[in-house]
Every structure is written in C-alpha cells, then in structure tokens.
Design a protein. Structure first.
Length: 217
C-alpha cells in the first residue's frame, strides 16, 4: 500500500516500468552522462547505472506525485541479503558490466576504458569505506521537486527499515560535483573519507573527489 507524505507525495516500491522516468530524473541530476553518450544514447547509459545499483540493493523505493515518479532511493541492508545474497549481488553487478561492454546499453565509445574506471572506483570504495551494515546505493530527487521534503521522506523510510533489520551504520558514496552537502549534513551524516573518483574524473576531464559519508543509527 503506497504511503502518503503530506497531501501530494506517495511512496511505493520501485517497478521495472519506472526505469525510463528514473533515468530522466538522474540525467538531469548528473549531466556528466552526456559526456559519455550522445543525447539520444544518454538514457541507455543511465539505464546501466540504474540496473547496476538495482543489482546492488535490497531496498528499492520511489516517491510519486500524481502518479509520476519524482524521486528514488535504492539501499542495501546486510541482514536482508546474507552470504548468498552478497554472491548474487556480485554476479548481478558483473552481468551489468558485461552487458555494457557488449553494447547493450548503447554503442558508446571507450566502453572498455569506462568499465575499467568504474571497477577501479568499486575497489577504492571498498578500501576506503568504514565498516557498515547498511548503504544507500542510489539516491536522486527530481531537481524541480527539491526542498519539499521528498529526499528526507525517502531517506527516513529506508533508515527505519535498516534500523528495524538490525543495521547500526549506513554509508553513502557520492562525488564532489553531484553531492548535496547540506542535505547530508542536516541529516546527521559525517564525511569519513575522500579519494579520486576515476570514472567521473575521466568523463568530466577534471579532478573529481569521491566522498564517503556515514551515519550511526
């Protein structure tokens, strides 16, 4: 049953039919996707992002206004997935990389190099992350709907679930150009580590810092 936030915003589970709208929102939030894809292919490139983080998550929810998706949050709680789930997550992520290399997300140039950059960021993230049993893996709100409590609503619902499932610390990985610092600060997250974001540095042709925040819940 969808849950209301005020009079207009409702929350529900993500469905496969939401993919196109979620990609539209994410492209507006992260315009660097146009650096690796022609405008007609940007949607397909973003589909790779959404599919990758979908494979990484145990919690997938969207916020809607009048039936249209205006925000989304994918998260993972270790107690939701267990050892077998972690293996399935790894396989799912590798399958997205393989489909990307095969051109199934658009005939993008430099696909091998982009994949290697992304995989190096995966390794750096693992090495630089504090111990945690929860993670926000994909989180975006439509720019036209900021400052309406949608992000806080999505975050709060995931945090309650994580806490109910026994999680004690949640992390989020983002980067400097795309990070809404004030949101995380107001919510209580603390910056724990920074390192070079190889993928985004490459596509933006400038040095970009990866950021890892955490919050104890």
């Amino acid at each position: 049953m969808p849950e209301k936030a005020g009079a207009e915003i409702t929350f529900r589970a993500y469905e496969k039919g939401d993919l196109e709208r979620c990609c539209e929102i994410a492209i507006k939030a992260w315009p660097e996707v146009f650096s690796i894809a022609r405008s007609g292919e940007a949607k397909f490139a973003m589909e790779a992002y959404v599919d990758f983080y979908g494979a990484s998550s145990s919690w997938q929810e969207v916020a809607c206004e009048s039936g249209s998706v205006v925000g989304m949050l994918f998260g993972r709680v270790e107690n939701d997935i267990g050892r077998l789930g972690r293996f399935k997550t790894f396989i799912g992520e590798q399958m997205v990389y393989l489909r990307f290399l095969a051109g199934l997300y658009g005939n993008l140039s430099h696909r091998l190099l982009l994949t290697r950059k992304a995989m190096s960021d995966d390794r750096n993230k693992a090495q630089n992350s504090p111990e945690a049993d929860g993670e926000i893996v994909f989180f975006v709100v439509d720019i036209g709907h900021w400052s309406r409590g949608i992000g806080r609503g999505l975050m709060g619902r995931f945090m309650r679930h994580a806490r109910d499932r026994g999680a004690r610390r949640v992390i989020v990985y983002t980067n400097d150009p795309g990070c809404n610092w004030s949101f995380y600060d107001k919510y209580g997250f603390k910056l724990r580590s920074t390192f070079r974001d190889n993928f985004t540095s490459y596509v933006r042709n400038e040095e970009v810092k990866a950021l890892i925040f955490s919050i104890d819940i």
